[in-house]
Design a protein around this ligand. Structure first.
Ligand code: ARG
Length: 289
């Protein structure tokens, strides 16, 4: 029996939308009804937790930090593989105050045996965690997004730290500013992705590594609903409210889709995957669940 995957989530008590660092963020909408949005965020968060547990995960929740509303997106906090973590360096000054709290929080998992080592990217080496570095267990490599938040040079740092193959993919647009908004490898070897988010060269590289029958192309509506930003646990996929197109495509491949209304977080440009960080991510295929 494989152990239940452990996902880190951050309590949304300090979540809000009061600055703009990606084109989805709507501080005006938030300010029109902060209490309503806060309550909705709490309800969405609880629904996501329930969906992740039902999909087979253990959920670890840590508190956020006042003044750091985007801490609810721990996918950006670090890259984790085989008990080793490397903490992000944020490109936007608004999020830099998350680096030390995350470093501390992740170090707190060392005594518990969940992590063995926690490092941090060198200063100025902008890299926004598992949002821009996605482990593909079937291909035994990291896909690394760059060009929006993370820099190309961070890919070399990832390769050096983990001693693993890293395939850099340049992101073409500010709308899909993290790789996890437009690219999601699945346990069966398929990759769900949104082609217009990538430069022609990045698309060529994706096509080189992913066979035609494994390419699941999301539509504009799927991507805009943050459904490519999905958490995959075995045959379960948890995502924001899913258009029929993406749901049907995944169900046809034998996946079970569970969707959650994440509107308050989409108002900040984040979906289900962004709101999680898998702490027991393993390079071993047998642990792909
Ligand atoms: N407002 C956050 C930002 O722009 C959203 C982060 C979403 N995270 C992600 N991994 N895509 O940084």
């Amino acid at each position: 029996m494989t152990p239940r995957p452990t996902l880190l989530l951050v309590d949304p008590a300090h979540f809000d939308v009061h600055y703009v660092i990606n084109p989805w963020m709507r501080p005006g909408d938030w300010a029109a009804d902060p209490d309503g949005h806060r309550q909705a965020a709490r309800a969405s968060f609880e629904a996501l937790k329930a969906a992740l547990s039902a999909a087979g995960a253990n959920v670890e929740t840590i508190p956020g930090v006042p003044g750091q509303p985007d801490m609810v997106f721990p996918a950006n906090a670090a890259i984790v593989l085989d008990g080793r973590a490397i903490v992000a360096r944020f490109a936007c000054p608004e999020r830099r105050g998350e680096e030390l709290p995350y470093l501390e929080a992740l170090r707190g998992y060392i005594p518990r045996g969940l992590l063995e080592e926690v490092a941090i990217f060198p200063e100025g080496c902008f890299q926004e965690g598992a949002g821009d570095a996605i482990w593909d267990v079937n291909r035994q490599l990291f896909w690394a997004g760059y060009g929006q938040r993370s820099i190309r040079a961070a890919a070399d740092e990832i390769a050096r730290f983990f001693g693993r193959r890293v395939v850099p993919l340049e992101l073409a647009t500010s709308r899909f500013y993290h790789l996890d908004t437009c690219f999601c490898p699945l346990s069966g070897g398929e990759v769900l992705f949104y082609p217009p988010a990538f430069t022609p060269e990045a698309l060529r590289v994706i096509h080189e590594h992913v066979a035609p029958e494994q390419r699941l192309e999301a539509s504009e509506a799927d991507a805009a609903a943050f459904c490519v930003n999905a958490v995959n646990i075995g045959r379960n996929v948890v995502m924001a409210k899913a258009p029929a197109h993406v749901r049907t495509m995944l169900e046809a491949r034998g996946y079970h889709v569970s969707d959650v209304a994440l509107d308050p977080f989409i108002l900040s440009g984040g979906g289900a995957y962004c709101m999680t960080l898998r702490l027991d991510r393993s390079s071993a295929a047998a642990a792909a669940r």
